[in-house]
Structures are given as structure tokens and as C-alpha cells.
Design a protein around this ligand. Structure first.
Ligand SMILES: Cc1cc2nc3c(=O)[nH]c(=O)nc-3n(C[C@H](O)[C@H](O)[C@H](O)COP(=O)(O)O)c2cc1C
Length: 366
């Protein structure tokens, strides 16, 4: 990278909460459909105990795969998770079109207080048209949604810092609006942005702290980081980077690829659902175009990041992404609980050396 030195902070691991059940295939005898509060609560408590740093609670008001399936509500569940956990970061997604920025900033600051300074928002711009349209909420074109989201974040960010906000915009007008309490634990909750299009990149460079990238091959991730990391930040600290990825780790590469084939075969059973989902998706969504480029299981790029293989293979690929600038790996598994435990037991020690146990991983060639 030309004139920019990228210093990657300590590696962090997170898990996607199962707000709409299994990530790779919905009809899996090893993981019956379960998006309940109790399952998600227990999952996140266990992730925290296993040493995961973060959890991402996606926001969907109706189930994006099949509207008659259960769907966990992100914000109320996150408040409860905040009260039950003590260390893990809670990142909750928000679609600006659903909440006025002052109301949302207030909710975020309340969860920040409940969690003792462990809360973050993930700004996402919506792709599932029926979620809004069937509730009578307008679903403007892609770039207009981003313009709305950009203005929304211009209001939310200073409110989160406790500033008195006076704002005269196209969509929002505020007059000396200030939220209290503010700044009890740190200056404000962290702001993640998930989205790959040009307006998403401009938004995160302008007002975000961390850019979430959909799972995809290392070279693509390097190019995306290079593009966004060089953008002006108006005095803000350098952007950080997160990667979504579905992990299949086994003792050998062969076993991992067999497990991938097994999940891919199960995912075939959801073909009809996926066809409906495709018609519901905004065709301008760059995320959808990225995912159409390679076969995968899992959402948000899934196995496209290549974290499929032996323990050493997966560990070496994680290290390569980390060297490229990825700080937070937001992970999916299936069956989730069992594979999350395996990741904690086999992969974490390989990539997170303690002083007493230096890096054990053998780097794979590809
Ligand atoms: C890590 C990550 C998490 C996301 N979480 C959600 C979510 O919770 N709800 C949602 O509707 N979309 C989610 N999205 C998708 C975004 O809404 C965004 O609309 C999508 O990436 C299309 O935007 P793009 O054209 O900028 O890529 C997420 C995307 C990423 C990368």
C-alpha cells in the first residue's frame, strides 16, 4: 500500500447471534430451527465464557428467509444480553429507516450504560424490500437510502457523544437536543458499518469506526481495505476492519471439505426459499452481487472467505487476513454451539499465542 501504513490491532473473534436460526441450511437434523431468546442468550453467554470478544445481533423485523419463521428482535434482546454478560462486546444492527436518530441514539446510550461500556451499533442499509414495504414504510432506491443513512448518522454520532445537537437537514431537524446520561464509560459507543457499495464506503470513512466486510477471498479483502483505508477521516482515528466468515475446521483438510459438501447438500433443500429471497432483495445491493460471485454456504459471504480446512489451514488463513488488516472476525458455524466450541479449543490457541506458548501454526501455502 503506497503512502499508508496499516497497523492491525489485536485479533478479536465474534459470533453472529442466531436471530433467524441456522446460517448455512435451515433444514439440518443436527441443528433444528431455533431463533429463540433462550437459545441466543445461552449461546452468547457460552461464547463469552469461551473467550469470544464480540457478538453481532443482526436486525430483521420479519424473518428474511421465510416470514412465518420466528425472528429475534435485535434491540430488546441486546438490552437483556447486556444485563446478563460482563465482558463481551454487543454490536446491534440498525436500519436508519426504522428509527428516528434521536430515539435510536437514546436506546443505544441506555444499552451502553447497562453493559458498562460494551455496546456498539452496526449501521446497515436494508436490502429486504418486504420488511419495510409490507409495513407501509417506504423503501427508497439504494443510493437514496444511503443518503438518508448518512444524514441519520450525522445526527446520531454527536448525540452519542452527549453533544447538544442543532441540525437542519433534508430529513431531520433538531434544536439543541442533548441526551443524558452520556460519556459514563467512554466518549461514545462504537460505530460499525456493514455494506460494500461506494456510498457505504464513503459513509464509514466519514463517520464510522469499523468497516464490516462480507466474507470473500483474501485478495478481494485486501483491495477493499486499501480503497477505504486511504480515504480522509477528518481527524478521526484510523478505520478498523472486521470480516464476516463461516468456519468449517476439522483435523484434516479432507474432513473439512466433506463437511462443506454435507452443508452444501443440506442448503440445496432451501433452494425455493432462496429464490423468493432473491426476488425480495434490492438488485442494487453490492453485497448480493459479491455473494453471487462464488459458491458458498453461510450468509454475508459465508465460506467465501476460505476459512474451511484443517485446524492449521484455518489458523493460517486467519493470520493472513489479520496481516491484511482485519481486526475482528465475525464468525458463523453449523451446528453452531458444537463448532463454536471446537473453534475455541483448536483455532484460538493457534492464532492467539500467549507469552508462554508462541504461535503454533504452520502457515499454509495458499
Ligand atoms: C457484517 C454485516 C452485517 C449485516 N447485517 C445486516 C442486518 O443485520 N440486517 C440487514 O438488513 N442487513 C444487514 N447487512 C446488509 C446491509 O444491510 C447492506 O444493505 C447490504 O450490505 C447491501 O448494501 P451494499 O450495496 O452497500 O453492499 C449486513 C452486512 C454486513 C456486511
Amino acid at each position: 500500500m503506497e503512502d499508508m501504513e496499516l497497523v492491525t490491532p489485536r485479533m478479536r473473534f465474534g459470533i453472529w447471534a442466531l436471530v433467524h436460526g441456522s446460517r448455512a441450511a435451515l433444514q439440518d437434523p443436527d441443528e433444528p430451527y431455533d431463533a429463540s431468546w433462550v437459545r441466543n442468550r445461552d449461546l452468547i453467554l457460552e461464547a463469552e465464557a469461551l473467550g469470544f470478544d464480540s457478538t453481532l445481533v443482526a436486525q430483521h423485523t420479519i424473518n428474511p428467509h421465510k416470514p412465518d419463521l420466528a425472528q429475534l428482535e435485535a434491540w430488546t434482546a441486546s438490552a437483556a444480553i447486556a444485563a446478563l454478560t460482563s465482558r463481551i462486546e454487543i454490536i446491534t444492527a440498525i436500519k436508519p429507516l426504522l428509527y428516528h436518530p434521536a430515539v435510536l441514539a437514546k436506546m443505544a446510550m441506555q444499552i451502553e450504560e447497562i453493559s458498562g461500556g460494551r455496546f456498539a451499533i452496526n449501521l446497515v442499509n436494508a436490502w429486504n424490500k418486504p420488511e419495510l414495504e409490507r409495513a407501509g414504510i417506504p423503501f427508497p432506491p439504494h443510493d437514496e437510502r444511503y443518503a438518508y443513512g448518512h444524514e441519520w448518522l450525522q445526527v446520531v454520532e454527536p448525540l452519542l457523544r452527549g453533544e447538544a445537537v442543532t441540525f437542519e437537514g433534508r430529513h431531520f431537524q433538531l434544536d439543541g437536543y442533548a441526551l443524558r446520561p452520556a460519556g459514563i464509560h467512554r466518549s461514545r459507543p462504537r460505530i460499525y458499518v456493514g455494506g460494500e457499495s461506494e456510498p457505504a464506503r464513503a459513509l464509514v470513512a466519514d463517520k464510522g469506526d469499523v468497516w464490516f466486510i462480507n466474507g470473500q477471498p483474501l485478495a478481494d479483502v485486501q483491495a477493499l481495505i486499501a480503497d477505504v483505508a486511504r480515504r480522509p477521516r477528518d481527524g478521526a482515528p484510523p478505520l478498523r476492519f472486521g470480516l464476516s466468515a463461516f468456519v468449517i475446521a476439522r483435523p484434516t483438510d479432507e474432513e473439512a471439505h466433506a463437511a462443506l459438501q454435507h452443508l452444501a447438500a443440506l442448503a440445496e433443500k432451501d433452494t425455493a426459499l432462496r429464490a423468493v429471497q432473491k426476488t425480495n432483495t434490492d438488485p442494487e445491493s453490492v453485497m448480493a452481487k459479491t455473494m453471487a460471485r462464488f459458491p458458498r454456504v453461510g450468509s454475508n459471504g459465508g465460506t467465501g472467505a476460505g476459512l474451511v480446512g484443517s485446524y492449521d489451514t484455518v489458523a493460517s488463513r486467519i493470520l493472513a487476513f489479520h496481516d491484511a488488516g482485519i481486526e475482528t472476525f465475525m464468525l458463523q458455524f453449523q451446528p453452531f454451539e458444537a463448532e463454536m466450541r471446537r473453534f475455541a479449543a483448536e483455532i484460538m490457541p493457534r492464532v492467539r499465542p500467549s507469552v508462554a506458548a508462541p504461535r503454533r501454526v504452520r502457515r499454509a501455502r495458499s
